[in-house]
Design a binder for this molecule. Structure first.
Ligand SMILES: Cc1cc2nc3c(=O)[nH]c(=O)nc-3n(C[C@H](O)[C@H](O)[C@H](O)COP(=O)(O)OP(=O)(O)OC[C@H]3O[C@@H](n4cnc5c(N)ncnc54)[C@H](O)[C@@H]3O)c2cc1C
Length: 668
């Protein structure tokens, strides 16, 4: 199938050169998430299928994104219209457990939900001033007070600590209905703050270099980034700030700012690689040569997947959110869940890096080997940049091989734990993608949540985006305001319990690939995640669940699976290398539910259990490991990686002395 090209590069004779003049306008500093939907026509009766991709975008015209954002846009407009209040009330009531909605407290619930809708609309009208946010929160808390199961009961004495997170959660919950969840890292002119406000960075300089107009080579295009690197004492890059640790920090405090913080937000261009170039550079032939895209490191995942979709293309994998930048995803070796595909690094064919001396180096994959463009080239079995947290240099652009666009049938079922664990291999054989949520802190839970995704020729229903929105909102509301709900479900018998059976009645939904994995709304939380060889999964999960029950530590345990396909040297998925693939186990704990020290204690126990079974940490999340642990985990790979890092960054420009996380891991 011929694929419409992204407008051609302005760099004739310079393979891989991008046309900087065609770059999208740039916004300084962190902005809230872009609205999901552009000014698009109302939801189409029949969204485009992958077999019939939308027409290429014309200059000046609104992007056609049928099936992805248009329905959500329609939802947003619905909310804005005359029925805004009624719509908000209806959606909020949908989140309230049926016995409450229909039982004796129904009138009180309806009244308080009405107050909440008024507060949310007022807040939205005034742009979320402090008093509006407080109003929304107070109204939300009054709804939550009605019944312990839908309340802050589990939070108890920790309410004060949790209050700021609940305020932001409340704002996000309602902002999401209008397409603007505020969950990205931000620069406020003095300090930079990560997505969940866990990390604050006080740099001496915050730089957002822009590609110079008329640049005709990579060296010219990335000249301003090279100047920033050369002019910095120490430097860290920040993408979307969607990490759970301070690896992006330059060190420093409000009183004594330090180092340079660099954002590549203005480098956000993606273009299709011409087929002849894909053939010459990566050995791709036939139709395959049509599916290579060159993407700059500041590009956000959500924008990339939307643009690919417009051109009849899609990524074979995705994680569970889509706010991250391409540079950040490569730096942490993004994984999703899948039988055949699970890592972004699988699709990388070229990565260009700016080293500490300001020089560019490009890694290219031919066959099964990576080689640099140095003279003589260095050769690698796997890509040392993937999973290296930017300690080898600044990732400036990459080439990805992608798939033709496809739809996924997504199903969510609450199943008995015994059924979930009886034959995981068969489950994985029967579904393209599988994940589980376990209720951590419950001893021997009976019910767990099973999520599956399968490629399908079916088309999404016109209402699919609305249904996805409703799921996001209800998941968010449950996680934020009813943290006991998953535990409560975990104790029920899935065969007989009416609530579980009602939840299971909904059936699968067909969604376009870009929207089927990632969710755009997240409650404020903390994560630790390790991969282990897949064969260790059952025993390891049992130990983790027992530890959490012994510790009475309530958290969501997510389990995902990956084949043996990561192309990274330090990524967590290397735990499954040569071992038939990996399983990932993650703890997601609501922010503010426990003091930091308590979470760190549990993380240390989790690390002990997982590492005893060959576990390897995801460096985009929390981890207590140090350099000695990394040497023990990665052996010769670690030694070679460190030798390369020291050669390319002899003065530790990318490891600021006051960044404890990076020093512990890379220097400890
Ligand atoms: C809600 C949520 C869901 C998530 N889901 C998943 C998931 O499903 N799977 C998964 O694997 N991960 C997941 N993550 C983790 C996340 O994908 C990674 O932490 C990723 O690195 C974040 O990308 P970012 O652009 O926000 O990078 P940042 O958080 O801004 O930076 C991350 C690290 O990368 C470095 N970096 C950023 N850009 C560059 C660059 N251009 N060159 C060199 N270094 C750079 C930074 O200095 C920092 O060390 C999730 C995170 C959140 C908050």
């Amino acid at each position: 199938m011929p694929i419409p090209s992204i407008p051609p590069s302005g760099a004739p004779g310079v393979p891989g050169g991008l046309d900087p003049e065609a770059f999208a306008p740039h916004v300084d500093g962190g902005a809230p998430d872009a609205p999901d939907a552009p000014a698009a026509p109302a939801a189409p009766a029949s969204p485009a299928s992958p077999a019939a991709p939308a027409a290429p975008r014309r200059a000046g015209s609104a992007p056609a994104r049928p099936g992805v954002g248009a329905g959500v846009g329609a939802a947003a407009r619905l909310v804005e219209g005359a029925g805004a209040r009624a719509e908000l009330v209806r959606r909020a009531l949908d989140l309230v457990p049926a016995p409450l909605r229909q039982g004796p407290p129904a009138a009180r619930v309806a009244e308080r939900v009405g107050d909440l809708a008024d507060a949310a609309l007022r807040a939205d009208g005034f742009g979320y001033r402090g008093e509006d946010v407080r109003g929304v929160h107070e109204a939300g808390a009054r709804v939550a007070e009605i019944e312990p199961r839908f309340s802050l009961g589990d939070v108890g004495a920790a309410l004060k600590r949790r209050l700021p997170d609940l305020v932001l959660d409340t704002v996000n919950l309602f902002a999401r209905l209008r397409g603007r969840a505020l969950h990205e890292g931000k620069w406020d002119g003095r300090k930079w703050t990560s997505w969940n406000r866990d990390v604050e960075v006080h740099p001496e300089r915050y730089l957002v270099p822009k590609p110079p107009p008329g640049a005709r080579s990579k060296a010219e295009t990335y000249g301003p980034v090279a100047d920033a690197v050369r002019g910095a004492g120490t430097l860290r890059v920040v993408g979307a700030g969607h990490s759970f640790n301070e690896s992006m920090s330059t060190g420093g405090t409000k009183a004594r700012p330090e180092g340079t913080l660099l954002s590549l937000d203005a480098y956000d261009r993606a273009e299709r690689v011409p087929a002849a170039e894909a053939a010459a550079s990566y050995g791709a032939t036939g139709e395959r040569a049509e599916r290579f895209v060159r993407v700059q490191a500041g590009k956000r995942l959500r924008d990339l997947t939307d643009e690919l979709w417009d051109r009849g293309l899609a990524l074979p994998v995705a994680g569970s959110t889509d706010a991250q930048s391409l540079g950040g995803l490569i730096a942490s070796d993004l994984h999703g869940t899948g039988r055949d595909h699970a890592y972004l690094s699988e699709g990388l064919r070229e990565v260009t890096l700016l080293k500490a001396d300001g020089g560019l180096v490009t890694f290219t994959k031919r066959g099964s080997e990576w080689a640099t463009d140095e003279a003589p080239p260095r050769r690698f079995e796997h890509l040392p940049v993937a999973g290296a947290l930017g300690t080898l240099g600044v990732v400036v652009e990459a080439v990805l091989e992608v798939d033709e666009a496809y739809n996924l049938e997504k199903d969510v079922q609450y199943v008995s734990r015994a059924e979930a664990e009886r034959d995981v291999d068969r489950l994985l054989a029967n579904h393209d993608h599988v994940s589980f949520y376990y209720p951590g802190g419950v001893r021997d839970p009976r019910t767990v949540r099973l999520n599956t995704w399968d490629r399908t020729d079916e088309k999404p229903r016109w209402s699919a985006p609305l249904s996805r929105l409703a799921h996001e909102v209800s998941d968010h509301a449950a996680a934020s305001f009813a943290p006991g709900l998953l535990s409560d479900l975990g104790r029920r018998d899935p065969r007989t319990d009416p609530l579980v059976r009602a939840l299971n009645r909904e059936g699968p939904e067909v969604l376009p690939a870009p929207t089927a994995f990632a969710r755009r709304l997240f409650y404020q939380h903390d994560e630790i995640e390790y991969a282990i060889p897949k064969s260790e999964y059952r025993a390891c999960l049992d130990e983790v669940m027992t530890m959490l029950a012994d510790e009475e530590f309530k958290t969501i345990v997510e389990v995902r699976f990956a084949p043996d396909t990561t192309d990274s040297v330090l990524g967590p998925g290397t735990a499954g290398r040569g071992k038939g693939g990996a399983a990932f186990i993650e703890l997601a704990t609501p922010s503010g539910q426990y003091p930091e020290e308590r979470i760190a204690e549990i993380h240390a126990r989790f690390d002990e259990i997982l590492r005893a079974r060959g576990g390897r940490p995801h460096l985009g999340k929390k981890t207590p490991v140090d350099g000695g642990d990394m040497a023990a985990i990665h052996g010769e790979d670690w030694r070679r990686f460190q030798a390369l890092r020291r050669e390319w960054d002899p003065t530790d420009r990318f490891i600021p002395p006051d960044n404890p996380f990076l020093n512990r891991i890379f220097k400890g």
